[in-house]
Design a protein around this ligand. Structure first.
Ligand SMILES: NC(=O)c1ccc[n+]([C@@H]2O[C@H](COP(=O)([O-])OP(=O)(O)OC[C@H]3O[C@@H](n4cnc5c(N)ncnc54)[C@H](OP(=O)(O)O)[C@@H]3O)[C@@H](O)[C@H]2O)c1
Length: 326
């Protein structure tokens, strides 16, 4: 009898209830692949966008009428249970975490990934739940803060959306770099975000950071609630506005701000960077985990069977840190 595994499929773009549980034959790893039994996988805003097919221009890459790769999930953590005959980085029994990327299929019980992909050995200091989210908030915020801009000790930075997946990691990463961190969040999250290392909290339900006189070397708009144009006056003369949410307005701001020597706007799709580069960022993040300056934040953990509920919670726009299925 063929051995099978559980996964979730998206046949048509739409709401969370478009997700359908499926049972598929367990693949045999190719020569450079490892077969992973997944213990935990992330449920991210990017996963929600891929499920919904939004923004619509993303369908040029994801599939025009329906997802080209129809399985759900990208970030994962688990255990290697078989390896191809040319695999050298991993062995059976290794605990690993990483990112399925555009192959998708991480919200599942098993997956085959190439050893050259974004796959790392999981340290004991991280649980599978924590490791499964490392490639979302922590990796993206690291890339934005250390590569798109170069956050330095003594700089002043404001993180818009300090309680989310990217925001909760960004506060920790910027504080560890020695920056003076201000973060925005709602009233219920003020103590939580301060505890991550923000020196100052702006409760966005009471105050607009743009109405305050402070100026920042970096504005990291983790959820795209502002814009370069609207936030520019709060930047120092050479300050950077960085934002992971792609809009035409942001593309325009990036292009126009390149023409000036002053304030700049930046976007990047972190998951599209070369795997070697992202693995090296993950190495730095694991060092931070080791020395205690980074701890991935978990909001809710659902059983894999409740993926639809997990997507609904993720899409409230008010999760605290990360959502995981196990
Ligand atoms: N470019 C890339 O490579 C890349 C990679 C990964 C993700 N992304 C994108 O990054 C974005 C952020 O993802 P995420 O997972 O970090 O988001 P998220 O976790 O869903 O953000 C939720 C948080 O936003 C806060 N929030 C909501 N409205 C706010 C406001 N007006 N001001 C301040 N905070 C507010 C909420 O806090 P309260 O509950 O306190 O309101 C909540 O904690 C998504 O659009 C995602 O697609 C891009």
């Amino acid at each position: 009898m063929t051995a099978t595994f559980s996964a979730w499929s998206i046949e048509r773009y739409g709401a969370p209830d478009r997700l359908t549980p499926v049972t598929l034959p367990i693949p045999t790893p190719g020569p450079t692949e490892v077969l992973i039994r997944i213990h935990a996988s992330a449920v991210t805003r990017a996963d929600g966008m891929m499920r919904a097919g939004t923004p619509r221009f993303a369908r040029l890459f994801l599939g025009l009428r329906r997802p080209r790769q129809n399985l759900s999930g990208t970030g994962l953590s688990g255990e290697v249970i078989a390896v191809g005959d040319r695999v050298s980085r991993f062995a059976v029994g290794d605990a690993v975490f990483g990112e399925a990327g555009l192959k998708f299929g991480a919200n599942a019980s098993h997956i085959c990934l190439d050893e050259s992909s974004i796959l790392m050995k999981k340290p004991h200091t991280l649980s599978h739940e924590e490791a499964a989210v490392m490639c979302d908030g922590p990796l993206t915020s690291y890339h934005f803060l250390h590569k798109l801009t170069q956050v330095k000790a003594g700089q002043r930075i404001v993180i818009l959306g300090g309680a989310g997946s990217l925001g909760s990691a960004a506060v920790q990463i910027a504080a560890a770099a020695g920056a003076h961190v201000t973060a925005t969040c709602s009233t219920r999250n003020t103590f939580f975000v301060a505890g991550l290392g923000a020196e100052r909290i702006i409760d966005y339900t009471r105050e607009d950071f743009r109405a305050l006189p402070d100026r920042y070397d970096v504005i990291f708009d983790t959820i795209g609630v502002s814009s370069f144009g609207a936030a520019k006056a709060r930047l120092t003369d050479t300050g950077h506005y960085i934002c992971p949410v792609l809009t035409l307005r942001l593309v325009g701001a990036m292009l126009l701000s390149r023409l000036t020597s002053g304030r700049r706007a930046f976007f990047a799709a972190t998951g599209l960077q070369a795997p070697e580069k992202l693995r090296s960022h993950l190495d730095h993040l694991l060092t931070m985990v080791d020395v205690g300056t980074l701890c991935p934040v978990l909001d809710r953990v659902y059983p894999l069977a409740d993926l639809i509920e997990a997507h609904r919670h993720m899409e409230t726009g008010h999760k605290r840190g990360n959502v995981v299925v196990v």
